[in-house]
Design a protein around this ligand. Sequence first.
Ligand SMILES: Cc1cc2nc3c(=O)[nH]c(=O)nc-3n(C[C@H](O)[C@H](O)[C@H](O)COP(=O)(O)OP(=O)(O)OC[C@H]3O[C@@H](n4cnc5c(N)ncnc54)[C@H](O)[C@@H]3O)c2cc1C
Ligand code: FES
Length: 270
Amino acid sequence: MRQLNCKIIENKKVAQRFYKMRIEAPYIARKAQAGQFVEVKCSCGTDPLLRRPLGVHRVLKNEIELLYKAVGRGTELLSKKEKGQALDVIGPLGDGFTLPGPPVSGPMPIILIAGGIGAAPLVALAESLAFSAKRIAYRKKQKTYVLIGAKTKSHILCESEFKKIGCEVKVSTEDGSKGKKCLATELLEDLLNIIRYPLNAAIYACGPVGMLKVVAKIAEWRKLPCQVSLEERMACGVGVCLGCPVKMKGNKYKMVCKDGPVFDAKEIAW
Ligand SMILES: Cc1cc2nc3c(=O)[nH]c(=O)nc-3n(C[C@H](O)[C@H](O)[C@H](O)COP(=O)(O)OP(=O)(O)OC[C@H]3O[C@@H](n4cnc5c(N)ncnc54)[C@H](O)[C@@H]3O)c2cc1C
Ligand code: FES
C-alpha cells in the first residue's frame, strides 16, 4: 500500500449520478486484487477531511478505473475533477476476493451477484476470473453468471462490461422496466434451481447489506461457498481507528477496512 499522487486520465458521467474515473497508478495496477479498494482524497483542502473508500473497478496496464455514485460531499467533489488534475490516493487496501479452487465434483459455476453500485468491484473479479481461465485448465470449464439487480432500467450498471468479458448476464429491476421484475436474490434462487445436480457453485456478492444477508442465507442453506464485500463508513482505512467494525459469529469483531471488505459470508453475525 502506498500514498500516491495520481494523474486523472478521464472522469466521465456514465449514468445519472454515476461516474467512471480512470487514473494513472502503475503501482496500484500492479498490486491490486479484485475486491480491494483505494482511499481517495476528494478535495484539495480539509473539507471533507476524511478520505472516501472506493473499490477498484478495473485494472488496466498502468491505470485503474473507479466507478462511483455521487451521493454526498466527497463524491460530488470527485465528480467535478477534470482530466489532467492530480488525485491523492492510498491503495491498494484491504483483503479482496479469493478465486475458487478446483471443483470437487463436476463443473462448478461461478455466480456474481450485484446490487446497484455493488457491480463496480465485481467487474474486476470477472476480469480476474477470465484472465485465470487462460492459464488454469479447470477454470476454462467454469461458467461465470452475473446477476444484476437495480431499481429501474437506468440504474443497471456494467451489463455490457460483464458481457464483453464473456459472462452470462441476467438482470432484474424492482419496477420491471428491464429483465425480471424482482430482486436480484430471486434471480439467484431461479438460477440455483436450474443448475444441474450435484449443486456446486461459488457465490460472490456485493451490494446493499439487506441483499447480502439474503444471499448469505441462500448460500448457507444450499451449503455453497459465498464471499461478500461489505461497505462500512471508514476513516483511516488501515485498521488503526477501529471505526469500521463488523460483528462476526462468536461475538468477535473484525475491521472492514483491514480484515475485509471481503468476508466469508458464514463468518458474519448477520
Ligand atoms: C470498501 C468500500 C468500497 C466502496 N466502493 C465503492 C465504489 O466502488 N463505488 C461507490 O460509489 N461507492 C463505494 N463505496 C461507498 C463510498 O465510499 C461512499 O459512497 C462514499 O464514501 C460517500 O462519500 P460522500 O462524501 O460522497 O458522502 P457522505 O456525505 O459521506 O454521505 C452521503 C450518504 O452516503 C452514505 N454513505 C457514506 N459512506 C458510506 C458507505 N461507506 N457505505 C454506505 N453508505 C455510505 C451516508 O450515510 C449518507 O447517507 C465503498 C465503500 C467501502 C467501504
Ligand atoms: S476505517 Fe479505521 S479501522 Fe477501519
